[in-house]
Design a protein around this ligand. Structure first.
Ligand code: ADP
Ligand code: MG
Length: 622
């Protein structure tokens, strides 16, 4: 419990004790009134203040107003005990609610307990624990078995296996050795490793994830907006309803039936009606449901940046993929060098040098295939042309490395390649110098991922790629993707997605899945942008609405299932809360339900709705 909650608990205990005490005293009249005003103000002063402020701000109709009117009314009717008790129970409900919300938030953060508390820096042979925030880029830090990696970096010494489950939901450990990149938040399972940090703590994966988690619940989804709209009509409606209930029946009795009006009875009913109408359960369970859904998704390695995306995701009918890095590993093998006039190794070296600054999977693969340390100072004037390739100067000589489009651009006729595979043409000094045939592997789960999407209700799968038609068609056929468009520039991808967006139904959404290399614009254009978190570029993670921590395409269907379940639970709560509310309102108007019942009904509905919402946190292995 935090300080505020403790204070509230104290107020509740004091006023409850006072109510019990005063009820036992033989008092009546003014003395009773004055005495009961003490617990009333102790427990309710903040509600009265908020209600008054609401009136001043002309935002009259909210739950504070409802509570204030109902309790003041009860006091005017000399039902002092009831008036104070209503306020008391309302506050107990509020306390419970804030406790439950706080607790589930804490649970969620604990579940993804990834925040590192310290980093080990070695000074003069001694390990010193320092705040990760204070570690400069390039520092060597030591991570012992059982410790969390505090900052992203590269292993400089030692090997071990890492538990990445907090980040990816993946239970298989990942083996790393010298030279491998490691991300913060993983747990070191076996050996001692030394890491040279490549980022500051604030820029490291853990910090980014925590930041996303903290911001995620601020974006409101449509169902949440539904609540504020609902409240706008609902609260005035019940207020006028209560007024009508207080005045119309007595007037009718008096004027048309010649009976005694029984003002007190009807005003009491109207006040009960007001107390019943307070929509606490609804107001609390919806955001909590979404928050729990987001927590459940992150446990499965899917980071959702806001509840509105969870809602959109549940309506996904079209999923569009990028190929390289999304459906394929993005790690190319060099299969051969063809039509090369210079030595193969030399051609590779030229290509790798020109590519030395790019983060495209092709360039990384070429650099690796070159097997030599590359002297980057030999390369100048690097220009990367999205969906085409690279031009640069190596030792002052112009070099172009890319696809046929790039060759045409610089006025060189490329030689066609008859093999299946991605072709990287190389031109040196304006002359065609041959091409490198490379191939990528389809991700192991890619085919299953497409099948699962169909099972999750996706009706259309589309692949967009900048690669050659031959490669694209073979990948699409192997995976069973419905539609494929190849040889696209980044801008073409955007227009394709726009075309698909215009064709889909109103209640359907389109998701684009990519690694952000040459497709960050599409990620933000689609209804839902899904990025590969481990492989993807920072730009992609920034532009995306949903991030798959372990790059596994299977997780797309998992995310859709989680979102559907979350939305179902949220709607269950909405219908349940409104349904019970309407029944109670009716009973209140008929004079069957009194204020005590009203209060218990509301607290009960709230507890059930909260428990139901928390259910979204627990995702079965989907
Ligand atoms: P995808 O849509 O499959 O992710 P990209 O749009 O990233 O592919 O790239 C499309 C094509 O452009 C690649 O298949 C390649 O032929 C060429 N290309 C892009 N960037 C590079 C690069 N850095 N080096 C060589 N070729 C490149
Ligand atoms: Mg790509």
């Amino acid at each position: 419990m935090n300080k505020k909650q403790k204070k509230m608990l104290a107020r509740i205990i004091i006023s409850a004790a006072l109510i019990v005490l005063f009820s036992m005293l033989p008092i009546d009249g003014y003395v009773e009134f004055v005495l009961f005003m003490v617990p009333y103000l102790v427990i309710g002063y903040d509600i009265l203040k908020k209600a008054w402020k609401g009136i001043l701000n002309r935002q009259v109709f909210d739950e504070n107003f409802l509570m204030a009117v109902a309790t003041i009314g009860a006091i005017l009717l000399r039902d002092y005990k009831e008036g104070v008790a209503v306020m008391l129970f309302y506050q107990i409900g509020e306390l419970f609610q804030s406790y439950a919300v706080g607790k589930s938030r804490r649970n969620i953060s604990e579940l993804m307990d990834i925040r590192p508390d310290y980093a080990n820096v070695e000074t003069d042979g001694k390990l010193e624990k320092v705040d990760p925030d204070e570690v400069a880029v390039g520092t060597i830090i030591v991570v012992q078995p059982g410790e969390k990696i505090p900052i992203d970096g590269i292993v400089t010494e030692g090997k071990t296996s890492l538990n990445t489950s907090a980040l990816t939901g993946e239970s298989l450990p990942r083996e790393v050795a010298e030279g491998d990149e490691v991300i913060s938040g993983c747990i070191n399972m076996s050996g001692l490793i030394r890491i040279r940090t490549t980022k500051e703590f604030g820029e490291s994966t853990v910090s980014k994830i925590l930041e996303l988690m903290e911001n995620s619940s601020s974006l409101k989804s449509r169902s949440e907006n539904f609540i504020s709209k609902f409240a706008k009509y609902y609260t005035p409606a019940v207020c006028y309803g209560a007024l009508a209930l207080a005045f119309l029946p007595p007037l009718v009795r008096m004027i048309f039936m010649g009976l005694s009006p029984m003002w007190g009875d009807w005003i009491y009913r109207a006040l009960t009606f007001l107390v019943i109408s307070c929509p606490c359960a609804l107001v609390i369970s919806i955001p909590l449901g979404f928050f729990a859904g987001i927590g459940g998704a992150s446990k499965a390695g899917v980071l959702v940046k806001g509840s509105n995306y969870l809602e959109a995701l549940s309506q996904t009918k079209t999923v569009v993929f990028d190929k390289t890095g999304t459906m394929t590993e993005g790690v190319f093998e060099v299969n051969g060098v063809h039509h090369s006039k210079m030595a193969d190794q030399k051609l590779l070296e030229y290509a790798a040098l020109a590519e030395s600054a790019s983060s495209h999977p092709i360039s990384k693969s070429l650099q690796k295939a070159c097997q030599k340390p590359l002297d980057r100072t030999r390369v100048t004037d690097i220009e990367e042309i999205g969906g085409n390739g690279i031009t640069a100067k190596v030792d002052g000589i112009p070099v172009a490395v890319g696809n046929a489009k790039l060759m045409e651009r610089i006025g060189v006729t490329p030689m066609d390649c008859h093999h299946v595979g991605t072709v990287v043409h190389v031109a040196v000094n304006g002359e065609y110098e041959g091409h490198i045939l490379i191939s990528d592997r389809i991700k192991p789960h890619a085919k299953q991922a497409i099948e699962n999407l169909k099972k999750a209700g996706v009706t259309r799968t589309v692949m967009l790629t900048g690669d050659r038609k031959r490669v694209a068609d073979s990948v699409a056929a192997e995976l069973g993707i419905d539609e494929v468009h190849s040889e696209l520039l980044p801008a073409d991808k955007v227009s394709r997605v726009e075309e698909l967006l215009s064709k889909k139904g109103e209640k359907e959404t389109l998701a684009f899945v990519g690694d952000g290399i040459n497709d960050a614009p599409v990620l933000s254009r689609a209804d839902i942008g899904i990025a590969m978190g481990a492989m993807g570029s920072d730009a992609a993670i920034e532009a995306a609405d949903i991030v798959l921590m372990d790059d596994d395409p299977l997780k797309i269907a998992t995310a859709i299932r989680i979102s559907k379940r979350c939305l179902r639970i949220v709607y269950e709560n909405i219908y349940f809360a409104i349904g019970i509310k309407l029944i109670c309102l009716l009973l209140g108007a008929l004079g069957i339900a009194n204020m005590w019942m009203a209060i218990f009904a509301d607290v009960g509905v709230m507890i059930l709705a909260v428990l139901n919402a928390i259910r979204t946190l627990f995702v079965k292995n989907m």
